[in-house]
Design a protein around this ligand. Sequence first.
Ligand code: NAD
Ligand code: UFG
Length: 344
Amino acid sequence: MSVQQNAKKILVTGGAGYIGSHTCLLLLEAGFDVVVVDNLSNSSLESLRRVEKLTEKFIRFYKVDVTDQKALNAVFVDHEFEAVVHFAGLKAVGESSQIPLTYYEQNVHGSVTLIKVMQAHNLKRIVFSSSATVYGDPASVPIKEDFPTSATNPYGRTKLFVEEILRDQAVADNEWQIVLLRYFNPVGAHISGQIGEHPQGIPNNLMPYISQVAVGQREFLSVFGNDYSTPDGTGVRDYIHVVDLSDAHVKAIQKIASFAGVTTLNLGTGNGYSVLDMVKAFEQGSGKNVPYKLVERRPGDIAECWADPSYAGVILGWEAKKGLDEMIEDTWRWQSNNPNGFNK
Ligand code: NAD
Ligand code: UFG
């Protein structure tokens, strides 16, 4: 396994997770050297071992919590980084209402700690994982970056707060170069079927739930509401392939040195699909039945959410290339090859 000599080094927090592991793979393929810090609270080191096998490149890993300033500082003493991609954090919307303080601690305090350590080491380039959740219930679709922001749950508030904290930092010190990437609904897996999403316990999100039904681990999907003002009454979202999403991070890292202050970008495809569209498409792609039951709306859900991703095209020269068929094929390959995720 090779270490790339003279390659620019990127710190990826939360790099063992779903989006992080795909981004590490693409960063290595693009010629960057990658260092990961992750506390493994929602992931396993096996994801990075597989990325190493796929790329035949080495990843330096630190089991470090981003709220631990001393441990994080030690990583920065060991390495000189070009930039940071900050994925580390908790992401379950429902759970965030039950344990809000944990979300503020991990997501907000963790980010502030990281920013402090970066500042102390004079590293001022960061790409941050934000979310379309910061648009709350948008007045119209497609959603543009200048739409008003709001939050309807503690998770969403942590994303909004960290965005604001980074904006304040850019005002206080104009050397900061910050990219806020607002993801719509990441799905899919790497084409190898070796890495993918491995939710712990009952999945909160639609795609992993559907794929667990298709593989026979769960009996049926509960469709949360069919009385929305959408074509078939079920919720409409902008599903984006995780490899396209990761590719945008690589492009952001390649360009970040030319940016000033804060750049905010939507990452979506610009297409909306309903829950029932997803069920039908998954049945076609996998050849399996996905039984479902119509149930009550899930509290906090909105009718429609899809992006205008054109600004990311202008700024990064990026657009999502993979359509729904690939999202489903790749999810299914990963799920059927690894019914227990990264567990043996
Ligand atoms: P994930 O849970 O798979 O990855 C997050 C990683 O961060 C995990 O490996 C976890 O172990 C690690 N982590 C959590 N808290 C940490 C801490 N305090 N210190 C160090 N490591 C820590 O989630 P993901 O889907 O890959 O999401 C990555 C980022 O993208 C998150 O910030 C999430 O909020 C954001 N995001 C995700 C989605 C989505 O639908 N997946 C949508 C919008 C935004
Ligand atoms: N849904 C179901 N049944 C399920 C799960 C979901 O019908 O078992 C429906 C939801 O009601 C919604 C759609 O499928 O209409 C998508 O739901 P997800 O939970 O997959 O995704 P959300 O759009 O609710 O939220 C996701 C992430 C958030 C992120 C947001 C950004 O979970 O973290 O996308 O758009 F903020």
